[in-house]
Design a protein around this ligand. Structure first.
Ligand code: C2E
Ligand code: CA
Ligand code: CA
Ligand code: CA
Length: 279
């Protein structure tokens, strides 16, 4: 190798080493952080499209890092997902969400909670049983909890659904991030889910003048097919009133996004205001 190439290779290896080290350090710090109770749950409302009445809250994890401040999940979930750390993190999230839901349901009995579940967590044998045990421990109706999973997480490598995705587990599923990756409309009727969450990337064109590459026809078709398959449709990332109006016109069931409310810690959530929306 020429001197310049040797230098490039060394440089590349050093970068790789630094990235690996960073990942390892982050993983160690996160383990300690979970033990020290540094994780927080923020909650974002999911409302009826027509009445804007509150139906559920999505639990979204944050890490209150002692020196780096409040970290969004994008900063640590991907690293946690490379090991069983995601299972510990996920267990904490599920328990805290159930504890909080139990508290809120004392005042709002119909309120539901959705919790994101990572593929590795969902695929573990006994996962469904552990969630049912948790629901029983907090005396929660199983219908009060909805697990948000991605399409890939529901199926095993051999194309069969994972244990927790099978009928009879008593768990409610929402298919998250639909419209990213290889989501397939033709398989909708075989999905074991109750809800279909359309990804924000699909919703962005909503309410805009029809353009050549608009995803609006897809959204419209998705709502129709999902309804035929018996699924409720949630639109994620609704930010503008025009988007809301169009989704209402097309029969979308549920709405989530900054237009309604941003994710907030429990003490900052005005549930009463959400149950009785201002006209
Ligand atoms: P997600 O499940 O697709 O969650 C929705 C994300 O979109 C959230 O980001 C939310 O804050 C953001 N969002 C909601 N409405 C709007 C909007 O109107 N406009 C825009 N621009 N964004 C909006 P967040 O909280 O940063 O979460 C990012 C991702 O991290 C989540 O995406 C989810 O995949 C993952 N995540 C969050 N909490 C957990 C958890 O407890 N466990 C696991 N495994 N993953 C989690
Ligand atoms: Ca989600
Ligand atoms: Ca999503
Ligand atoms: Ca998303």
């Amino acid at each position: 190798l020429a001197k310049r190439e040797r230098h490039a290779v060394r440089r590349f290896q050093a970068d790789l080493g630094a990235a690996a080290l960073e990942r390892l350090e982050l993983e160690q710090a996160l383990r300690v952080g979970i033990d020290r109770q540094e994780l927080r749950l923020y909650y974002q409302p999911i409302v009826q499209a027509r009445s804007l009445e509150l139906v559920a809250l999505e639990a979204l994890v944050r890490w209150q890092h002692p020196t780096l401040g409040l970290l969004p999940p994008g900063r640590f979930i991907p690293v946690a997902e490379t090991s069983d750390l995601i299972v510990r993190l996920g267990d904490w999230v599920l328990r805290e969400a159930c504890r909080q839901l139990r508290e809120w349901r004392a005042q709002w009995p119909g309120l539901c909670m959705t919790v994101n579940v990572a593929p590795r967590q969902f695929a573990r044998p006994g996962f469904a049983a552990s969630v049912r045990a948790l629901l029983a421990e907090y005396a929660l109706d199983p219908d009060a909890l909805i697990l948000e999973v991605t399409e890939g997480a529901v199926m095993a490598e051999d194309g069969t659904p994972h244990e927790a995705a099978m009928a009879g587990t008593g768990l409610n599923l929402a298919l998250d991030d639909f419209g990213t990756g290889y989501s397939s409309i033709s398989r909708l009727h075989r999905l074991p889910a109750q809800w279909l969450k359309m990804d924000r990337s699909l919703i962005q064109d909503q309410g805009e003048p029809e353009g050549g590459r608009s995803s609006r026809p897809i959204v419209r078709a998705l709502i129709t097919f999902a309804h035929e398959a018996g699924l409720k449709v949630v639109a994620e990332g609704v930010e503008r009133p025009e988007q809301l109006r169009e989704l209402q016109d097309w029969g979308c069931d549920l709405i989530q996004g900054y237009l309604i409310a941003r994710p907030a810690p429990p003490e900052a959530l005005d549930l009463h205001g959400l149950f009785y929306p201002a006209p």
